[in-house]
Write a protein that binds this ligand. Sequence first.
Ligand code: TXA
Ligand code: MG
Length: 316
Amino acid sequence: MNLRLPDAAALAEAAAALRAGQLVVFPTETVYGLGADATSDRAVAAIYAAKGRPSFNPLIVHVPTLEVVARLGVLTLAAEELAVAFWPGPLTLVLNKQPKSGLSELASAGLPSVALRIPAHPVAQALLVAAGVPVAAPSANKSGRLSPTTPKHVADQFGSEVAMILTGGKTTVGVESTVLDLTEDVPVLLRHGGITREEIEALIGPVALVEKPNVLKSPGLLPKHYAPSIPLRMNSFTAGPDEAYLAFGPDTFAGRGAKACLNLSAEGDLTEAAANLFAMLHELDRAEHTAIVVAPVPEIGLGLAINDRLRRAAAL
Ligand code: TXA
Ligand code: MG
């Protein structure tokens, strides 16, 4: 088992593993997180593969200081006030992404915003400082299982997919961070968590709740999704001369004659395809194309999440 006490050597190794694109589980004060370099599409794709999630939800990006927060997201007055009061701590703020954030498109599932958090747990702090890269981390559990609050919970679920599991005792908060969206005129509470609505409102005034009641039960069900601004068609090997084609796999005839063509993965590798998905959709989403046509992607492993996102975009 790759459980390690967070001594200096383990922290240095974990930081190096993160920089090399590997997964590291680390403690935070809320729950254990399954971390990867948030600037690497490949590393973030590995999170989804390890969790076995059949959909791409935007992930929380963990950073050590407010200075790094401001480099990745656009701080507002309310954000700064909340940061001073509650960070480091169990609060996540959704901010507009800085144009040159360098963050993976997959980390925020193609959205123009990013969820940021400065965790308080000393091991998380030490790891983030040592890593020197922002760390995307959902709770370190397989899809559909409970969020882990002890290193043993994690070790029971993850083996060789992760380079290391840093231990840090039982988490003190025990529930996930509160997620507050500050990109709208009125702040929206997207998920209840470690900081209460009352605590937030005492500081910045009224916040709105997400209307869909099921959002609180399944935090992945967001009202907002990235979708291209032009129509999208799935499961096709052919595209017209005004259309853009998004291929998958080695078939060089697929999409022939299309106005533009990109390949999610010429080798048919689903992790590579997931890593490329949002960046390539963004690139093909141009007014000069009448539609984006996407090749069939197998409904296995990460293909499930890729097809889920494509179906939502196609349905609009
Ligand atoms: O306590 C926690 O927050 C834990 C620990 C590991 O830090 N992390 C966690 O991450 O719960 P995750 O990825 O499972 O939760 C992400 C939450 C989801 O509710 C997601 O919908 C929301 O944050 N979220 C992330 N990015 C967003 C964005 N750009 N816009 C709106 N919501 C976003
Ligand atoms: Mg979770």
